[in-house]
Design a protein around this ligand. Sequence first.
Ligand code: GTP
Length: 423
Amino acid sequence: MMLKTIILVGGPMKGTRFRPLSLETPKPLFPVAGFPIIHHHVEACAQVEGMKEVILIGFYQPNDALNRFITQAQQQFKIQIRYLQEYTALGTAGGIYHFRDQILAGNPDYFFLMNADVCGDFPLKEMLQFHMKKPASTYCTILGTEATRQQSLTYGCIVESKDTHEVMHYVEKPETFISTTINCGIYLCSPTLFGPLEVEFKKNLEQNYNCDYNTAPAKEVIRMEQDIFVPLASTGKLYVYHTDRFWSQIKSAGAAIYANRHYLDLYQKSHPERLAKNSVGKPQIRGDVFIHPSAQVHETAVLGPNATIGKNCVVGEGVRVRDSVILEGAVLQDHCCVLDSIIGWNSQIGVWTRIEGTPNDPNPNKPFAKIETTQTFTNDGKLNPSITVIGSDVQVPSEVIILNSIVLPNKELSGCYKNQIIL
Ligand code: GTP
């Protein structure tokens, strides 16, 4: 069997809810549990037998960070990885149609299609087995999971035939309740999917024949969910495979903390060697903690649960870190405390300072709870409680408290802040 994986990485205008962290690095490369978000995707698909190639499709200009990621992941997973750049945002299916020749080269039997902005314990082998048992004319199997009624409204919703798991009805972000089964943004596709993509592409061309190309969206734009899944429902070509394993979107910085926690938890089974252990002369570790080998952590620090300390970070005496991600080069000076927060690249936190957020997690004790998409602001213009995010190269002085705030890069703070966006 010959398989490929396509990862949709989006582009510079995407990931706005992830600011200020996505100002520094493309969101798909943001590190979660010590590795870029899409490293976890590549790792999952590389474990499927027959996987020959991973193609990243996006509209970022090729850049050093992306190249470094590709080189490193190719070496680690011994798999070919390429980046194909769209000339503009072509939508969630336009890019794969545009690059169909590259995708179909070598005649893959099937290909996985993965949104970059999701995380999870992806059941790819199980999806493959499921898909192969469906009629040979099947175009696509969608990975689905259960959400609450309220959560479902912000996702693609699937109504299925209970016996066969065929998708009978598909609505993207419905205005009223449709179904608690939601689309996880992970698909297994047969090459025949290019049939309906071609039909949609030609329809777009005809409809936009006379339009003004300066103002109209690119005629090649195809949206997988609305343009392909909606009409394919009830035709016997589209199925849903259910998972109850960990899965979440990563839209906001808060979701990155959630993803961090769950990927660290997965390491217990998949990569126990990545988790820090307690030993004499080493910091105190509580629960799941990842410490990059190059980080310097004082033996009196107390870390975890759910803490990630990035490359070249310095963590001083008596520091406390819990449910947080500390990014490359950050310095946590003695006795500071970081809870439910992200500390940006090369930022400095002063002695005895407290950085604290409020987790945006509806149900922290349920492992499969999806992250709630809360708005940044309440209806009366106040900032909703959120995790605290310190952008890159920020200086936070000693003995201050920063609570539920977002600090943009390159700031030098001079006091305490609560529920603020510091521009
Ligand atoms: P939002 O709630 O508006 O973000 O919608 P969504 O959750 O349905 O996500 P969206 O469809 O915008 O994106 C899903 C995934 O596809 C993300 O990983 C995006 O980065 C990626 N994506 C979205 N649009 C494009 C596109 O035009 N080209 C490429 N290559 N990727 C895209």
